[in-house]
Design a protein around this ligand. Structure first.
Ligand code: HEM
Length: 486
């Protein structure tokens, strides 16, 4: 009897040990093995790079149908995990900086923006600096900026003749830098130093190449020119700030907001910080807005039904408000808003957003598959790809601004983060209202004062640019005419 009991106890112990061991191994080992995202097939060592340099969009288009919405690319010693679609990308947008951070992946901006700002400072300071942006872009400030945007558009287009042909892309790029200079950098730059400052910005811009993302300090001529330009800009802004302070002058522009901004501990911003933040603002808004205004124009001129709809809207608004255009009047232009939003859905200029992961997390796909993404991965999502998912947007390659009209609102069907041209969540674009106002101010002026026709073929996408835009010229024939309200 005693022997039997002993045997039974030993048996139970063995079984229990096996069960516990199995449980532990299930909880620890196989789980992380089984649930890692599928990997993109590529040759060892440089295979991942070869796939990536063919263009991230080419890679996404090839892999998404095969691997689904979550997959990993091995790029040298780094693993980049792509999260495509609202179901899996929500952690990307919502996670705290300690879980998913921007600092490492956006480090390459530091030599351009300069020391002491944005990605060169730790998150607590960066958050405060983003608060300065938020304050500088509040509605009461935007109201003043809009008046300047309208004046800039009127002045700019008054230089066009009665009729002629222009490269719309060049024209809008130019107008947007003039407007941004006035609203953001201030009237000293806009009125006296515009040529110098825009040449220096040009050097900064040309100093941000694909190679700069990996080797931002590589001693190449473009980087040397960038560094020289950065120093000269710092000198110019130091003078402007000093003269504003000594004259006790206060202007309505972002420069003034940054001069007056204070950290929580009461410390005012330094001249170097103000310069860095202004450069960051210009970089965030310049190409993105000018590209979007060009695409909006190209689509409106190709799709006469939407062109007629925005013209009709202008007529109605003119009936109500006459020729006046201000912040509140621009805010009434819903049809134009949807036309811009749809151009931006099809062509988000920032095609890839990145984070660095500091803790493991899991995602669940639409079809219920779960994956664990280990810390140490770079995590990526792509507005350019996600904005064309056919289960969110009906006929996703078709330009159809009405998909955002009340009742359809396709962007809301799949929940938050299905429309991600402006990012979203924790790091959503702070300049979105500014960008819309700027583009609306330009297009309402054009629609009211010109008849326009696209005379070159519909433009293609320039995938090679850092901020992905319009390839080649966009030739437009214009004829001056006053929009009649009757
Ligand atoms: C059509 C125009 C624009 C587009 C498409 C755009 C797009 C974006 C996107 C996608 C992000 C998120 C980046 C990420 O999550 O990694 C972002 C962030 C940001 N944008 Fe914009 N942007 C535009 C215009 C502007 C303008 C005009 C400004 C300022 C005047 C601006 C200032 C910012 C800032 C400060 C952030 C960082 C927010 C944060 O990290 O908390 N943007 N933008």
């Amino acid at each position: 009897m005693e022997v039997n009991d002993k045997l039974l106890n030993t048996g139970i112990l063995i079984v229990a040990t096996l069960v516990v061991a199995k449980l532990i191994s299930f909880l620890i080992m196989p789980r992380s093995k089984k649930r890692v995202p599928p990997a993109v097939k590529a040759w060892p060592v440089i295979g991942g790079l070869l796939r990536f340099v063919k263009g991230p969009m080419v890679m996404l288009r090839e892999e998404y149908p095969k691997l689904g919405s979550v997959f990993t690319l091995n790029l040298f010693n780094k693993k980049i995990t792509f999260l495509i679609g609202p179901e899996v990308s929500s952690h990307f947008f919502k996670a705290s900086e300690s879980d998913l951070s921007q600092q490492e992946v956006y480090q390459f901006n530091v030599p351009t923006f300069g020391p002491g700002v944005v990605f060169d400072v730790d998150y607590t300071i960066r958050q405060e600096q983003f608060r300065f942006f938020t304050e500088a872009l509040r509605v009461n400030k935007l109201k003043g900026y809009v008046d300047q945007m309208v004046t800039e558009a009127e002045d700019y287009f008054s230089k066009w003749g009665d009729s002629g042909e222009v490269d719309l892309k060049y024209e809008l790029e130019h107008l947007i830098i003039l407007t941004a200079s006035r609203c953001l950098l201030g009237q000293e730059v806009r009125n006296k130093l515009f040529d110098d400052v825009s040449a220096l910005f040009h050097d900064l811009d040309n100093g941000m190449l694909p190679v700069s993302v990996i080797f931002p300090y590589l001693p190449i001529p473009a980087h040397r020119r960038r560094d020289r330009a950065r120093k000269k800009l710092a000198g110019i802004f130091a003078n402007i700030i000093a003269s504003r302070k000594s004259a006790g002058k206060s202007e309505n522009d972002m420069l003034q907001c940054f001069i007056e901004s204070k950290y929580k501990d009461g410390r005012p911003t330094t001249e170097a910080e103000v310069t860095g933040l202004l450069i960051a603002a210009l970089f965030a808004g310049q190409h993105t807005s000018s590209i979007t205004s060009t695409w909006t124009g190209a689509y409106l001129l190709r799709h006469k039904e939407f062109l007629s709809a925005v013209i009709e809207e202008q007529k109605q608004i003119m009936q109500k408000h006459g020729n006046k255009v201000d912040h509140d009047i621009l805010s009434e232009m819903d049809t134009l808003y949807r036309c811009i939003k749809e151009a931006l859905r099809l062509h988000p200029p920032l095609i890839m957003l990145l984070r660095s992961s500091h803790s493991d997390f899991s995602v669940k796909t639409r079809d219920g598959k779960e994956y664990d993404i280990p810390k140490g991965h770079i995590v990526a999502t792509s507005p350019a790809f996600a904005n064309r998912l056919p289960y969110i947007y009906k006929d996703p390659d078709t330009y159809d601004p009405d998909r955002f009209s009340v009742g359809r609102e396709e962007d809301k069907v799949a929940g938050a983060f299905s429309y991600i041209s402006f990012g979203g969540g924790r790091h959503g674009c702070l300049g979105e209202p500014f960008a819309y106002l700027q583009i609306k101010a330009i297009w309402s002026h054009l629609l009211r004062n010109f008849e326009l026709e696209l005379v070159s073929p519909f433009p293609e996408i320039d995938w090679n640019a850092m901020v992905v835009g319009v390839k080649g010229k966009v030739m437009v024939h214009y004829k001056r005419r006053q929009l009649s309200v009757n």
